[in-house]
Write a protein that binds this ligand. Structure first.
Ligand SMILES: Cc1cc2nc3c(=O)[nH]c(=O)nc-3n(C[C@H](O)[C@H](O)[C@H](O)COP(=O)(O)OP(=O)(O)OC[C@H]3O[C@@H](n4cnc5c(N)ncnc54)[C@H](O)[C@@H]3O)c2cc1C
Length: 458
């Protein structure tokens, strides 16, 4: 039996995954390992107990979610209000980055580049990492309920990211939803979804590989197009008789259009088909076919279906979400991120669960976390609230792997009073993926990621 480069890639990925998630070099065989998707034990059914945390010496700020917004918030607020106690409640055991995960999926980088240590972040920045799942709150008594006990807070900051909303495809058919989640995960939440998707790509033999782009302000506008490019690039490099079929619910590419469309055409003409205005109407997962609302039918050998996104479940569970039409995102003041309503005073929502039309991206969440930290620290210290300023969106997308060429966008936001919504204050893009320019942006992509990980964990 021959051992191909694809086998080697797969093996190294699986081994790296086992290593990264178990935190030691022990063999991953037989005994169950904690996967990156593993969450803390389920919530107690009956009575609750206090979390094993020492009494807070100063005001206690509890952050739910250790993603891009929660990590930057926790570090910054502790820096600005050092006498406050900061506790980060996070369901995962280790951090896995979504940015650059598309490169990992096609074997271009190691998992070690994406995974990071929550305990190190907490030690380095003098806050507490509390591994548990938050499932409710007694807002009157300022107490958060978690799977590892109740935590009293003075300020509560929710940074829980997104959840998926499959209802537009399934119309309440939970069997279909379970099959879509399990067999064809979107790969827009880190952990098992990413590992499944990576194995699908590395195992792919031939035929159509379907990817989708949802409508609305979904997580990371360019990421589905980047993923399509990189999987097509992999098929091309490995001589696989496969084609990426990218079905976009939107009327056209939603961001960096010039860069992506020219790459689709010039680099991946034989390996990638792009279909705008293509909303899937019916799935036949046994026959492996789908049909769009305009009656186009596609067969597929494999797929990753990305549904609409919504605010994370905990936001709804705490009674802090807008309605379904507004995607159950946080009902907050646009300029302070504080939840609306007197009963929700001192509760803030940051990151991809926010309702503002900012890019749902890591850089935006990181910048916003720091801005909101200033506001919360000011309140802790009894100072005046700082003036609002815009978060910054910087987002690189890889177009090819060997070598890495990339394109980028850089944007900030301003509030349009007439529309009652945010729009770009300025936005500039670099969409030339070819030659020296694309290569330089490719290097910038890695420098950006290293800088962000340093910023959140060191
Ligand atoms: C494939 C892909 C590529 C991307 N590429 C880029 C890119 O190049 N650049 C970029 O800037 N952005 C990129 N993004 C987007 C970026 O990853 C997200 O926008 C960012 O992670 C949002 O940060 P967040 O803090 O809101 O949520 P997350 O980072 O998702 O963090 C939320 C955290 O909350 C935890 N949590 C949720 N509920 C609970 C609970 N009840 N109790 C305890 N913990 C809870 C979760 O476990 C999670 O760790 C990409 C995303 C994907 C999927």
């Amino acid at each position: 039996m021959s051992f191909s480069r694809r086998d080697a890639l797969k093996f190294s990925g699986a081994a790296a995954a086992a290593l990264a998630v178990s935190g030691c070099g022990a063999s991953a065989e037989a005994k169950p390992s904690k996967s990156a998707e593993t969450v803390a034990p389920a919530a107690p059914a009956t009575k609750t107990h206090m979390a094993p945390l020492p009494e807070a010496k100063g005001k206690r700020i509890v952050v739910v979610g250790g993603g891009w917004s929660g990590l930057s918030f926790a570090k910054e607020v502790k820096k600005l209000a050092p006498n406050a106690e900061v506790v980060m409640v996070e369901a995962r055991f280790e951090f896995m980055s979504c940015p650059l995960s598309n490169l990992w999926m096609v074997g271009a980088i190691d998992l070690e580049f994406l995974t990071h240590d929550y305990l190190a972040a907490a030690r380095n920045n003098n806050y507490t990492f509390f591994n548990a799942t938050a499932y409710g709150a007694d807002k009157k008594n300022k107490t958060l309920h978690t799977s590892n006990g109740d935590i009293k807070y003075d300020y509560l900051v929710l940074a829980p990211g997104i959840d998926y909303d499959y209802s537009g495809w399934t119309n309440g058919d939970l069997v279909l939803e379970r099959r879509l989640r399990t067999e064809y995960p979107a790969g827009f939440k880190p952990g098992s979804e990413h590992i499944t998707l990576r194995n699908k790509v590395l195992d792919f033999e031939e035929g159509n590989f379907i990817l989708t782009v949802p409508a609305g302000n979904y997580r990371c506008l360019p990421a589905p197009y980047e993923r399509a490019c990189l999987i097509a690039d992999y098929f091309k490099r490995e001589g696989i008789k496969g084609k990426v079929i990218l079905l976009d619910e939107n009327a056209g590419i939603t961001i960096k259009k010039k860069g992506f469309s020219s790459a689709f055409e010039k680099l991946y003409g034989d390996y990638l088909e792009y279909h705008p205005s293509s909303k899937i109407e019916t799935f036949d997962l046994d026959a492996k076919t789908i049909e769009t609302e305009f009656g186009d039918k596609f067969e597929f050998a494999d797929a990753a279906f990305y549904p609409h996104v919504r605010g994370a479940q905990i936001v709804e569970d705490l009674g802090l979400a807008k309605d379904r039409l507004n995607k159950l995102e946080g009902n907050i003041d646009f300029f302070t991120n504080e939840a609306v309503g007197a009963e929700n005073k001192d509760i803030f929502i940051i990151g991809d669960s926010r309702p503002m039309g900012f890019s749902k991206s890591g850089n935006t969440s990181n910048a916003e976390g720091k801005l909101v930290a200033k506001g919360v620290a000011a309140r802790v210290l009894g100072k005046a609230a700082p003036k609002w300023s815009s978060p910054l969106t910087i987002c690189y997308s890889a177009i090819s792997v060997d070598p890495v060429h990339a394109i980028s966008v850089n944007a900030q936001y301003e509030f349009n009073k007439e529309k009652g919504a945010f729009g770009f204050a300025h936005a500039s893009t670099n969409e030339d993926w070819s030659g020296a320019s694309g290569l330089k942006t490719g290097k910038g992509l890695f420098e950006w990621a290293k800088g962000m990980y340093r910023d959140m964990f060191a």
